[in-house]
Write a protein that binds this ligand. Structure first.
Ligand code: MG
Length: 190
């Protein structure tokens, strides 16, 4: 049987949704983090644009790969499948193990520096379902070492996308002006 390596955007979004759901995370939980984060800056932000942004983010190939890998790494650690010290380090979510955050930053970074700072806020303050995943991950036999970061990163990316949409709408509300780089007299002869 030939191997399938390339997936369409709708397939990737669906597979991400299923993988997250299998680990107890609904897309609605992620949209809610994005909504609460953006509501601090934009009072009338809609939940629909947050949901749409989550769907958009999980349809991206980079993020699809991150989600599936993160979910599998946690499951492997739960089954004790790693050899050597790294098994206990991942299974116990060692505070000084930062590779889960690196993966989260990589995802959030697809939406620039603001994506990364939004991820930092969600990660440090354990927003929404992140707190629940963190608490559950401390129970015997449950590993959420990579899951909490990937979920927080998707929320941060979606939140940042919402901010971009809001700003685009604001820009389009400003009365039309002719904008050129060199229309100032001072620049004429330079
Ligand atoms: Mg983690």
């Amino acid at each position: 049987m030939s191997k399938k390596l390339i997936y369409s955007r709708s397939e990737m979004a669906k597979l991400c949704e299923e993988a997250l759901k299998s680990r107890g995370v609904e897309l609605e939980d992620i949209a809610l983090i994005a909504y609460n984060q953006q509501s601090r800056y934009t009072p009338n932000v809609s939940m629909d644009v947050c949901r749409e942004s989550v769907l958009k983010v999980i349809s991206l190939r980079d993020i699809f790969h991150h989600v599936l890998l993160a979910v599998e790494l946690d499951k492997m650690a739960e089954k004790g499948l790693f050899e050597g010290p790294i098994q206990d380090i991942i299974a116990n979510d060692l505070g000084l193990f930062g590779i889960d955050e690196v993966l989260g930053l990589d995802v959030a970074g697809l939406y620039g520096v603001i994506g990364m700072t939004n991820f930092g806020d969600i990660d440090v303050n354990k927003r929404g379902i992140i707190e629940k995943l963190n608490v559950e991950g401390k129970k015997e036999g449950i590993v959420h070492t990579f899951l909490d970061d990937i979920v927080g990163a998707i929320a941060a990316a979606a939140s940042t996308r919402v901010a971009q949409i809001v700003n685009e709408e604001l820009a389009n509300m400003v009365p039309h002006q002719k904008v050129t780089l060199f229309d100032d007299e001072d620049f004429k002869d330079k």
